[in-house]
Each structure stands twice: as C-alpha cells, then as structure tokens.
Design a protein around this ligand. Structure first.
Ligand code: ZN
Length: 235
C-alpha cells in the first residue's frame, strides 16, 4: 500500500519546477508514489509530478521531529528578538510552538496547515496563509518538498511577503531521492539555492536531526550577523 492516487502518465517529459529547464530526464522510481521521477540537467533538481494524496494518507506521515523542534525553539528562536511567529505546515502536536511558548510566552504565535487542528489558547490557527497577518518570523520545516510542482515558487514568495525573517528546512537529497516519503521535490544545495535566492536566502547544509541524522538543507533570511550552523549553534 502506498499513497498512490492517480499518477499522470509517468514518463511524459516534464520541465523543471525549480528552474524551468526543459532538459530533464526520467531518473528514478519514487517507491512510495510508485511513479517515475525526473532529474534536471541545469539545476540538479529531482522531482515527481503531482499525485493526489488524501488528507488521511498524508497526515500519517506528519509528526514533529523532537530534536529539530527543540533546536529551532531553544537554540535559534529563543535568542532572536521578535514579537510574532508563524509555524507553517504544523503537525498536530505543535511541538515547536509549545516549546517556544515556554521561553517566549509573550510572542504572538500562529500556526498554519492545510488541515485544521486544535490549538491551545496561545496559538491562533490560520485557515488561509493568504489572509495571515504580517509576522516577524515564519518557519516552515520540511514543508517545501511536499508542495507539488511550481507551486513551490508561490509558496516561498508568500512566506517572504508574510515575514521579515524566515527559516526553511528541506531534506538534502544530494545522494539520492528520499522516495519512501510523500515528497515531490528532492533538493540539492544547488537546486534549493536556485529556489530561494530571489528571496534573499541561500541553501546551507546542516547535519540532520533525529536518530538517522539524515542530512538537511536550510535557507533563511535572518537579522544581520545571525547564522545557523550545522544544526548545532547560533552565532
Ligand atoms: Zn532545474
């Protein structure tokens, strides 16, 4: 059993959703979606075309990685001076915002997800990211790779408009696509940079969180002089 809905005819040539490059070729089989994935010659991006996934199927895969939430709440956001934050693509456990609430009780906290969830009184759930108030910080951890096709550009643009500062994290798929996950995009430092550079951010490699410590990429726009290094410290 996979998350297979109705895949498009799988080997149709596709242009690259990151750089629009026309030179792409079928290069792997996405094991979970059971469809063909493509590689872009220009920016190294690997991707699969959109596949319908139901909310129930999708939600099974979403829960917070505790170490990641702890890192961003306690080692990064804790030391920034800000008044409002939105966590985008938030799992029902709300771990990041809950942790953050302990150290930054006065910060206004918003959560956005495609599927409504119950939130404690100190978190405002947003039904529509387009209607969200401007905030100081937007954070979207392991969200971009779940957004199909070219919608990733609109997503990053929306995050960039919404927030003065933002942090995005995606898996680093330089070695191979993580095709057992419901992901449409498999970024390398080059392809992730290509996506985020128009918004004043660059891709950085970090050591992954969690037991398998899978490598990840982060891109952020933060106050001058603030950098996130190696998943370990803030300077
Ligand atoms: Zn490309």
């Amino acid at each position: 059993m996979g998350l297979v809905g109705s895949p498009r005819s799988s080997a149709t040539p596709q242009s690259c959703p990151v750089c629009n490059g026309e030179k792409t070729e079928p290069s792997f089989k996405h094991r979970l979606f059971d469809t063909i994935g493509f590689s872009c010659h220009r920016c190294d991006h690997r991707f699969v075309p959109e596949i319908e996934v139901t909310s129930d199927q999708s939600r099974k895969h979403f829960k917070t990685n505790e170490r990641r939430a702890d890192f961003y709440a306690m080692n990064v956001l804790r030391y920034l001076d800000f008044e409002s934050v939105v966590d985008i693509g938030v799992p029902p456990d709300l771990l990041l915002l809950n942790l953050l609430h302990r150290v930054k009780p006065a910060v206004r906290k918003y959560a956005y997800d495609l599927f409504p969830i119950k939130t404690p009184e100190y978190v405002t759930f947003l039904d529509d990211l387009g209607q969200a108030p401007s905030v100081d910080v937007a954070i979207a951890l392991h969200v971009v790779e779940h957004i199909p096709d070219r919608a990733i550009h609109n997503f990053v643009a929306q995050v960039s408009d919404l927030a003065r500062w933002f942090i995005l994290e995606v898996p680093n798929c330089s070695r191979r696509p993580d095709d057992r996950e419901p992901h449409y995009h498999f970024f390398t430092p080059r392809s992730f940079s290509s996506l985020v550079e128009p918004f004043g951010a660059h891709a950085h490699r970090i050591v992954g969180f969690g037991p398998r410590r899978r490598p990840a990429l982060i891109a952020y726009r933060l106050p001058e002089g603030v950098a996130i290094h190696n998943g370990l410290s803030l300077h």
